[in-house]
Design a protein around this ligand. Structure first.
Ligand SMILES: C[S@@+](CC[C@H](N)C(=O)[O-])C[C@H]1O[C@@H](n2cnc3c(N)ncnc32)[C@H](O)[C@@H]1O
Length: 259
């Protein structure tokens, strides 16, 4: 007899405010599917789980954590990923759906994509569903009362770990840069913004949507501070020299108004 596996569902929960959990994710959480949630260390608090708890849903007794350590040690990473994938397959083999809780959006720098891929490598017939959600930077722009991009502006979202050399270069090509995982480079980034005269158009946002949300517009004041991992920088470069747009709505609209 062939085994019947449950479906693996990645439920995006938004970046912190439970009101930004989509109706689809909310429904799946209450569907009877078993909950899985990521932690950095065994028995540590899960940020994703805390969003749901603040939303008022009780955590089912059989909800289970999966450990994804924050390390660059390839051996530890390989082992923990193999454990997480094996445990996921083991639970899915019971035939019940699994809902994996994802902070922010499940398709944006999220553990879920990799987990789903590894699980499918192990058992190709497992069904995967990804429920999209509100990303940290969409919520951050809203909280900071700014736009990520308007009209034909360009926008790039990158992990700051590429370093200030790359960020410096990208500032010439993009009107807005979103720097994720900015924590380890915060001082270097601030120095770059000072050099490029962009401090006034930059904004730092930490734990957006959570009760600890913090918006810092005077980003230079963060120099030397150990900020939270859940933080990002929005950098706008209003004086960027733009190339000509060859074709498109704006050009045609201009032609129309000019007769
Ligand atoms: C692994 S990525 C996860 C991104 C997430 N899936 C999303 O859609 O935004 C982690 C990085 O996203 C950003 N981030 C995630 N949640 C955040 C929050 N609540 N407030 C500010 N930044 C956040 C931070 O830059 C953090 O280092």
């Amino acid at each position: 007899m062939t085994k019947s596996y449950g479906k693996l569902i990645g439920a995006s929960l938004g970046p912190g405010d439970p009101l930004l959990i989509t109706r689809r994710s909310w429904a799946v959480l209450q569907s009877g599917a078993r909950w899985l949630y990521p932690v950095k260390k065994a028995e540590e608090k899960s940020y994703a789980l805390s969003i749901v708890e603040r939303g008022g849903l009780p955590v089912p007794a059989d909800a289970e954590e999966l450990v994804f350590p924050m390390t660059r040690d390839a051996e530890i990473l390989l082992k923990s990923w193999a454990n997480a994938a094996a445990r996921t397959v083991e639970l899915l083999a019971e035939g019940r759906d699994l809902v994996f809780l994802v902070e922010g959006d499940a398709s944006t720098f999220a553990t879920f994509g990799h987990l789903a891929r590894v699980v499918r490598e192990l058992v190709p017939e497992i069904d995967v569903e990804t429920i999209p959600g509100v990303s940290s930077f969409a919520a951050a722009a809203a909280s900071a009362e700014t736009s990520l991009a308007e009209e034909d502006e360009t926008l790039a979202i990158i992990p700051a770990a590429y370093g200030v050399g790359v960020i410096d270069h990208l500032l010439d090509d993009f009107d807005t840069l979103v720097l994720l995982k900015v924590k380890p480079l915060i001082d270097e980034v601030i120095e770059l913004l000072e050099r490029r005269n962009l401090l006034a158009t930059s904004c730092f946002i930490e734990k957006v949507g959570s009760p600890d949300e913090r918006i810092v517009r005077d980003v230079a004041s963060l120099k030397g501070e150990k900020v939270n991992y859940l933080s990002l920088m929005l950098v706008q470069n209003p004086k960027r020299e733009r190339g000509e747009l060859r074709r498109g709505c704006r050009q045609r609209a201009l032609e129309k108004t000019n007769g």
